[in-house]
Ligand binder design. Sequence first.
Ligand code: GLU
Length: 555
Amino acid sequence: MCGIVGYVGPREAQPLILEGLRRLEYRGYDSAGIATIHEGSLDVRKAAGKIVELEGRLEESPLVGSHGIGHTRWATHGAPTTINAHPHTDGSDRVALVHNGIIENHDVLRIKLEELGHEFRSETDTEVLCHIIEELFDGNLEDAVAEALSHVEGAYGIAVIHADEPGKIVVARMGSPLLIGIGENGEREMFAASDVAAVVRHTRQVIYLNDGEMAVLTADGHSLLDISESGNGEAPRRVSREVSRVDWDLGQIERGGYEHFMLKEIFEQPDTIRDAMRGRLLEEEGTAKLGGLLPLEDVLENVERIVITACGTSWHAAIVGEYMIEELARIPVEVEYASEFRYRRPIVRDGTLVIAISQSGETADTLAAMREARSRGAPIMGIVNVVGSSIARETDGGVYIHSGPEIGVASTKAFTGQLTVLALFALYLARRRGMSLLEGREFVAAMRQLPELVRLSLDESSAIESIAREYADNANFLYLGRGFNFPVALEGALKLKEISYIHAEGYPAAEMKHGPIALIDQNMPVVFIAPSDSVYHKVTSNIEEVKARGGKVIA
Ligand code: GLU
């Protein structure tokens, strides 16, 4: 979910919006664009790639006007092209809109709008909103936006302008951050942004919107409205909110108040897990809907064996995937390091599906392994974060994890995003191969609880931190788990190595006694992953073995 900036006031909008977008660059994005309104008409410039590309375009033909919106996009629906970049417009080129998030029901809405004669220009989920607003606009932008939003499901932060309403920006939020910046030093101007970093050079007086709220901004003021009931025909209710003062410096703001990006991304996981499931869980049917697998429909119907290829953290996610698919769908799965797969003579027969997993979608070994598999005739599926990346483009079908840009070098939220998607995929396969409706529904209900459970775990962070302090000087760690938590132990050990330069190994808990046990003493802390699952009692026996040798247990 990327960046939004809006401005209305006495100054030229383009340079202010551009500067705001540059402040959001640290978040990562794949394209950018700006729209302004001047003398009753709307003008848009967009470009795929970095902001310099957009700047190039603006130098050739600048945007005039003191009222506009801008966006940096992190694609979720449609490749990162210029056409798919925001702002998007309606058929009459009167409405311009930028959006962060995902509109879950975009496909149904799109069909309805096409029946009404609307022609779509982009592949994005976002564009439906422009056309609905066009359809509903009756001289008042906020009314049209409020009503339009009552038709959409999903997550959004949006900013909208209309050529018939000069000097007005309408913003709204549901599950994706948005704030208003109020002109300082007597300036009669207003900003809108998805992140304070975009406006903090001009104002530190901000109002944060809550979910279900909409704000109407003009140079002279703002009004905040609760539109959460507008779907039930209720008029928007005015809300009053105190202005907050931002005291952080820019670096702190960029990291959302966290010490570094990795920590920020760890804490984003309740949201990113929710985003990975967004629009994909079917309660009634007790299964998952994965639109990107449509081209593989026949392959999945007849698949007899799955090979998952990946590197590093994605390889660990792949092993959890193997366990889930085998247990639930009863299809044999092998997991191969991409770097090995590409140089071996992998066996690919009819009925073999190859899955490539990569956060960036550019991992060279995984790409090469995929091509090797392709040359042997295998259909390829991808599980990728970055939309439109090389792996995403070269697969026959796939599922995006929608974790947003991952800036921290050590993967965190992308790992749990991969696990979430692998769980959805395992459910999808299992329901076609004998899992009952009831079991499917239970699985869906359990998945729904995940974000909250992750949040509860993160609430333990200060306790975790004090344990970490106590053990920080140890030179070696062992990570142990059984079943699904064996690969999680591998991932834990990898994280410790990558981030703290402390040596760590992951093992299946029962393997410990076949070797590593010789190393256990008070200087070798052992991290056990021991949730109350089917192997809990087995794991507690392993814990006893460690204790018997004077080892320190962190469970
Ligand atoms: N879902 C929208 C798109 O793919 C918005 C992505 C974003 O949050 O940047 O265009």
